[in-house]
Ligand binder design. Structure first.
Ligand code: C2E
Ligand code: MG
Ligand code: MG
Ligand code: MG
Length: 278
């Protein structure tokens, strides 16, 4: 009898779908353990200010130190963390940790934290940010929050209100991966971001493709006209750098200056100027 019931269940079994679903379920379970056991760490990538060739900020980038899989990158788990809602707990840890570490950096160095749409729209988000600042003692002016256009997909008005609220606390707001969304320009009209980050896909070809160069130039001009600061992401070589400088870009970030490094390597990096590295 029991066997027959068992077979009945298995009639709906789709092996391939099930393998993918099981894998996701396993990652989700592993993520729960990782939260409980403290298996996350933040790496930091410097953002270089081209006015003085010094590090003006560091972007916190989440890493998962998995007991068997080693260091796992966000692309392998952020999606699952978002779908399962676990990103809210993980993101809270990220904010606390980033503010705590940034507190001991020189006062002119800010920390940038990526915030996912689900986390951002969670009603507890402003309180979590305030707690992270209060617990660490980091001045709000030294925290930069990076969001992508996808936060606007559900209810633009509420998002803009929240952005103004964070801004009024003194926090800086950056629009990440600019140019990859569907209606980037309307979001720029809707909220005065402090900073725009040009997506790596435009930066990669900026020195060898006239189209990419024209887009970068247009984004830089637009940002300037709106009073926003501009960072180019994913700068890997000197040709890209000199092109971006020529276009009037304010900051660069990318492997040319430094890959993301562990927190113990941050201090040495903050003292490094561009001439020393590239
Ligand atoms: P992002 O915020 O656009 O971060 C930039 C990504 O580009 C990082 O990948 C960084 O390591 C990589 N990168 C930097 N310079 C270069 C370069 O010169 N060449 C190339 N090829 N890549 C470069 P990473 O660390 O794997 O993070 C990927 C994405 O995961 C981030 O994109 C961000 O959207 C998300 N993410 C990272 N940390 C967090 C977090 O704490 N919370 C949330 N919600 N998302 C995060
Ligand atoms: Mg980012
Ligand atoms: Mg980005
Ligand atoms: Mg990106």
């Amino acid at each position: 009898r029991a066997k027959q019931d068992g077979r009945g269940v298995f009639r709906f079994f789709e092996p391939e779908l099930d393998a993918a679903a099981r894998r996701r379920r396993q990652v989700e379970l592993d993520l729960r353990d990782a939260i409980r056991l403290g298996h996350f760490e933040l790496h930091y990538q410097p953002v270089l200010d081209l006015k003085n060739n010094r590090v003006g900020a560091l972007e916190a980038l989440l890493r998962w130190r998995h007991p068997e899989r080693g260091l796992v990158l966000p692309s392998d788990f952020i999606g699952i963390a978002e779908d399962s809602g676990l990103i809210i707990a993980i993101g809270e840890w990220v904010l606390h940790e980033a503010c705590r570490e940034a507190r001991r950096w020189p006062a002119h160095v800010r920390v940038a934290v990526n915030v996912s749409p689900l986390q951002f729209r969670n009603s507890g988000f402003p309180a979590i940010v305030m707690q992270a600042l209060a617990a660490s003692g980091l001045p709000p002016e030294r925290l930069e929050i990076e969001i992508t256009e996808s936060v606007f997909l559900e209810g633009e008005e509420a998002v803009v209100a929240l952005l103004h609220r964070l801004r009024s606390m003194g926090i800086r707001i950056a629009l990440d991966d600019f140019g990859t969304g569907y209606s980037s320009l309307s979001y720029l009209r809707g909220f005065p971001f402090d900073k725009i980050k040009i997506d790596r896909s435009f930066v990669t070809d900026v020195a060898r493709d006239a189209g990419s160069a024209a887009i970068v130039r247009a984004i830089v001009h637009l940002a300037k006209a709106l009073g926003m600061d501009i960072t180019a992401e994913g700068v890997e070589d000197a040709a890209q750098l000199s092109r971006l400088r020529g276009e009037g870009c304010d900051n660069i970030q990318g492997y040319l200056f430094s890959r993301p490094v562990s927190s113990s390597e941050v201090d040495a990096l903050i003292g490094t100027r561009m001439e020393d590295a590239a």
